[in-house]
Design a protein around this ligand. Sequence first.
Ligand SMILES: Cc1ncc(C[n+]2csc(CCOP(=O)(O)OP(=O)(O)O)c2C)c(N)n1
Ligand SMILES: [Mg+2]
Length: 732
Amino acid sequence: MNSVQIGGLAAGVAGFLSYPAILGLTHRPPISIFAGISGRQYPGGASRRAPAVLGNRVNIQVNSQTMKTTDPRRFAMANALRVLAMDAVEAAQSGHPGMPMGMADVATVLFDSHLKFDPAAPDWPDRDRFVLSAGHGSMLLYGLLHLTGYGDMTLDQIKNFRQLGSRTAGHPEYGHARGIETTTGPLGQGLANAVGMAIAEQSMAARFGPKVVDHHTWVITGDGCLMEGISQEAITLAGRQQLAKLVVLWDDNGISIDGELSLSDATDQVARFAACGWEVRAIDGHDVAEIDAALGWAKSNKRPTLIACKTHIGFGAPTKQDTAKAHGAPLGADEIAGARAAYGWEHGPFEIPEAIRADWRGTAARGAAARAEWQVWLGNLSNARQAEFARVVAGEPPKKLAGAIRALKRQVSAEQPTVATRKASEMALSAINPVMPETIGGSADLTGSNNTRTAGLETFDVGSRGGRYVYYGIREHAMAAAMNGMALHGGVAPYGGTFLCFTDYARGAMRLSAIMGQRVVYVMTHDGIGLGQDGPTHQPVEHLAMLRATPNINVFRPADAVETAEAWEIALTSRAPSVLALTRQGLPTVRTKHTNRNLTARGAYVLAEADHKRRAILLATGSEVAIAMEAKALLERRGLGARVVSMPCWELFAAQDEAYRRKVLPVGAVRVGIEAAVRQGWDRWLMGERGTEKKAGFVGMESFGASAPAEALYQHFGITAEAVAEKALALM
Ligand SMILES: Cc1ncc(C[n+]2csc(CCOP(=O)(O)OP(=O)(O)O)c2C)c(N)n1
Ligand SMILES: [Mg+2]
């Protein structure tokens, strides 16, 4: 049988067809898998050719002998990765052996001949980035780091895979071991991170020159990554931006957890990527010569590249190869023995012969030489430019930042404008962007609403990589994940906007900003019912609670232009992600007296002291601080002293010492919290921290909101100074 026609579906979906029952892996019959479009030319001249290895329902015997003769060195290197994955998963009795076994050949060729890396300097700024988006295959990455000689990844770490305190967590965790570029596991995130890394590379190259910054970003994705919605956002953004140095290696194995991919998907991924503006090619992911050629071709492309690597999940496992059984469970002793026999691997668990280790360590030589050459290019920059490069790579804010913020605060306190905090954020950015050339702003198609683009910021685009404003399009999730990638890449400080409500859409990536501790600033405007007539779908009543429940994110809800400037300063000097929840509606300036000190940095502070004997403490954030001030006036008029505490950032307040918190929230007075959002989370400040239930009240939201002008909504939901004063009185 010489040719097979499959009705227009991707190869992985079409395993039922009558392939030769036993297909040698290097055997290449002239198979045409794409009926009617066989030999079709794809953009860039790549023709989508038939992978030599097809069909996941076919019991393919591993032709290890052929692979061995074709390229014995790389075959042995790949087998080292495979046995380490099998053995580590077996030892842990937990983990995912199938993907590393399937992608070992691709990874070997990548590290052996293409990836620019140096284990002696894992953080070298001009290294290629390698992202394992299919994070469940973590043992592939750990094996690579171990064998190539990354100091953090010892054999003991591999043996302690998935154990408490080991660097070899279930999924790759950024910060656990050098060489892990990003935390992956939630499928699709790594792919979108990589888009951000590729953007950062281009931006840095425009700033510091293409000799000092010139590297690729390589990503391994699985079927799962490509099924996730975020992948569509990511690949269309990358396609539009023509991120030529981004290469996706898709582990096209036709299997996911539930079984054959055809159960749930029939997408022609190659055609999909081509339609999004990518260069595409399909290869046999076990044919090293073909892999080598494809990776080389990818580097020469003018647009991002997808290489569909047809592979066998659990490659070599006698009965579990090509089945979901190889995906996420230990293979068991028999399968492991059978796979070892298929590879001709005669060594015990975790045993790698010295010759193979030496071959792996040898792969680092190329990168070491490239780094030495790079040092020369860096040295050619002036001292000032070198210092600037070092500063931005280290993520240090510029010295001028503090002064710029102070000057703005002084001006605002004097002029006391009534402005929306989204506008105040633009004012802050107008002071920041000129003194902080590493910022890269953007918005998910709400530029005019989020006020994220300041005068003088050019567009980041194909012909203008020096531009610092990214039109992310309506892609909240990919925007957030790309910003993670930019922050992880280093050298740039990303911020991006959407409506606070659409935090939901970005949430998967925002959680990872927090887990990884990355300086990403989320400019989330339209932060409550105050946006008015767009109605409940756009009124984020529960989002503050959800964000505050997320560890390691600073959630700022500034009350006026002064607090907004302070929040920006903290966000840009911090190692954690920040959310700025900003209003659409105008707010009066409440910080009318200038202080050089950043009061927002303490999280909460006494904005206005009680004039009469203190009977009430009114705690509020953002747009409700002005309401608290009015309520205070009402109470004082009746001789009842009320203190107003502005709480722009709970996380920072919680981090203050007890003495300071006690000073702000002393025992005794009744407490009323005011926020146009749900109460969840408020009880710590109202009833905890020396408060009591009897003396605690809350004025806020219990429902989703409604469509009406903001003013009417505040009246309708009873978030008014009168209601606050009444609540305080009732508690006294
Ligand atoms: C967002 C997200 N949803 C679900 C999962 C759970 N999960 C991990 S791997 C996987 C299947 C992925 O299939 P594929 O990428 O084809 O991996 P393979 O089985 O080929 O290794 C799923 C559903 C996850 N990690 N992330
Ligand atoms: Mg798969």
